[in-house]
Design a protein around this ligand. Structure first.
Ligand code: NAD
Length: 438
């Protein structure tokens, strides 16, 4: 099959590279000439484990190429995927669909014959209908069909998620278009029978938002239980284990922490609430989740301040981990931003280390001293705070850390350190939801 992928961000680049690895011919298109130039030099514009190797082997095999020229890119394509951004619209939280609509218009003008436009971007219910209206205006006679195929990959594990998904969802109102998608995903069903679920287009669009909202609710639920654990003297990690062993609940997404962030949950929960409002069908659980999560991030900054004795003016805090989760360089809506701002508002000096996120973080944070490694960050600091659970923070040399810190205080916002280990190394430890152990 010939595939064009419009947008080579976290989703488009991974999807395009994986499709080419399945054996399809893929052209990835992006307006950002810098990204395309980097890709031509085999330099990845984002950090995603395994991506550089995947891209370079498929480019060598002649199945994957990159261009800024959409007209050239979509030539002869059986399917054109839209994987452009859908950020929150400034002011009201609706999904900003301007990039999707602009891409749809350009594609409709550029394709020469029948093709399927596949929306991979996360878009509100009814967007497919609107894309169809654009096509009816721009290219009514070209035989273009519109399908929804939301993406569920997670940054940091994106290739594995794309190649071995729990499911693929295709929303289509047209049998011939469904067959094109069947053909594209056939390698998945041949390998290990990932279920490809066919449904209506509006239903597919809603599945993506309902999935993200449910996961946001689950995280926020355990975060509130963590607060209760602290109040009543219980241990949230054991509560998580105890409830997670119930198959109806499941173990995943029950790690208490500083609140969810990233490029999806915050904007997608907001956009879903707007859709619900517009249809006078409020989603009160999602509304509560958004509120609780919003206030949690600054509350984590206050938790650090409290652990340091309540007054941090002139004191130094070392932050380990800036990205919204490990194994990505993505800083969008990362909890670290609010934590750091809260500390700076209270007069603290902030030093920080992150394995991959510093380039993006430096554009979003001011007055932060970025360090070359965790030990350099800790030098002379009055507290060490783990915000993102990168693997390299799991086995820190605590003896060395203690020697570098002004005060051996570890605030572990991800509960990656067992309390006995940290305390026997001479540290004070503050975790999340650790009422029983202090
Ligand atoms: P991104 O911002 O990393 O990438 C979007 C890319 O699209 C950019 O490189 C931009 O230059 C390009 N672009 C915009 N308009 C264009 C046009 N007309 N022609 C060509 N290129 C254009 O975004 P992302 O994180 O990859 O997300 C894309 C979509 O996928 C969003 O709707 C998002 O909600 C959804 N999604 C993201 C993830 C994730 O983990 N990032 C997971 C699932 C779904």
């Amino acid at each position: 099959m010939r595939i064009a992928m419009i947008g080579t961000g976290y989703v488009g680049l991974v999807s395009g590279a994986c499709f080419s690895d399945f054996g399809h011919d893929v052209v990835c298109v992006d307006k950002d000439a810098r990204k395309i130039e980097l890709l031509h030099q085999n330099v990845m514009p984002i950090y995603e484990p395994g991506l550089a190797e995947l891209v370079s082997s498929n480019v060598k095999a002649g199945r994957l190429s990159f261009t800024t020229d959409l007209v050239e890119g979509v030539k002869g394509a059986d399917a054109v995927f839209i994987a452009v951004g859908t950020p929150s619209r400034r002011g009201d939280g609706h999904a900003d669909l301007s990039y999707v609509f602009a891409a749809a218009e350009e594609i409709a003008g550029a394709v020469e014959g029948p093709t399927v436009i596949v929306t991979k971007s996360t878009v509100p219910v009814g967007t497919g209908d609107e894309v169809e209206r654009i096509i009816a205006r721009v290219a009514p006679d070209k035989g273009i069909k519109v399908v929804s195929n939301p993406e569920f990959l997670r940054e940091g594990a994106a290739i594995e998620d794309f190649k071995r998904p729990d499911r693929v969802v295709v929303g289509s109102e047209d049998e011939a278009a469904s067959d094109v998608l069947r053909g594209i995903y056939r390698p998945l069903s041949l390998n290990q029978s990932a279920p490809v679920m066919f449904t209506g287009r509006r239903t597919a669009e809603l599945i993506k938002y309902a999935a993200n909202a449910f996961l946001a609710v689950k995280i926020t639920f355990i975060n509130e239980i963590a607060d209760l654990c602290e109040a009543v003297g219980a241990d949230v990690q054991e509560v998580s284990r105890g409830i997670g062993m119930d198959n109806r609940i499941g173990r995943k997404f029950l790690n208490a922490g500083p609140g969810y962030g990233g490029s999806c949950f915050p904007k997608d929960t907001l956009a879903l609430m707007k859709t619900a409002d517009d249809h006078e069908s409020p989603l009160r659980i999602v509304e509560a989740t958004v509120q609780v999560n919003d206030s949690r991030k600054r509350a984590m900054g206050r938790k650090v301040i409290k652990a340091m004795g309540g007054d941090v003016r002139g004191k130094t805090v070392a932050i380990l981990g800036l990205t919204f989760k490990p194994n990505t360089d993505d800083m969008r809506d990362a909890p670290s931003i609010a934590v750091i701002q809260t500390l700076q508002d209270a007069g603290a000096v902030v030093k920080a280390y992150d394995p991959e996120g510093v380039e993006q973080a430096s554009k979003m944070l001011s007055d932060v001293e970025f360090s070359k490694n965790p030990y350099a960050a800790a030098e002379g600091a009055d507290a060490l705070v783990i915000v993102t659970e990168w693997d390299e923070f799991r086995a820190l040399d605590l003896g060395r850390m203690k020697g570098l810190l002004n005060r051996p205080l570890l605030v572990d916002l991800r509960n990656i350190y067992p309390s006995d280990e940290v305390r026997s190394a001479g540290f004070e430890l503050v975790g999340i939801g650790k009422g029983r152990t202090g």
